[in-house]
Write a protein that binds this ligand. Structure first.
Ligand SMILES: [Zn+2]
Length: 64
């Protein structure tokens, strides 16, 4: 699953237990060992990209 931290940045969390710690070598959750799907990783990469684009755009718009 993907959720947003208080700063609005996307964070990847385990679909099974909701924890955010992953073994980056194997893309498995540290807590329960569930594997992160390629699809989730792609969605997370996309969310990160959108977030950085919004941040860049946000610097030029007041009131954010
Ligand atoms: Zn887990």
């Amino acid at each position: 699953m993907i959720f947003q931290n208080p700063k609005g940045a996307p964070e990847l969390a385990c679909n099974e237990c909701g924890c955010r710690w992953f073994d980056r070598m194997t893309n498995c959750c540290y807590e329960c060992g569930a594997q992160v799907s390629e699809r989730d990783l792609e969605e997370f990469a996309e969310a990160l990209r959108l977030f950085s684009e919004r941040r860049i755009a946000g610097t030029s718009s007041p009131g954010e």
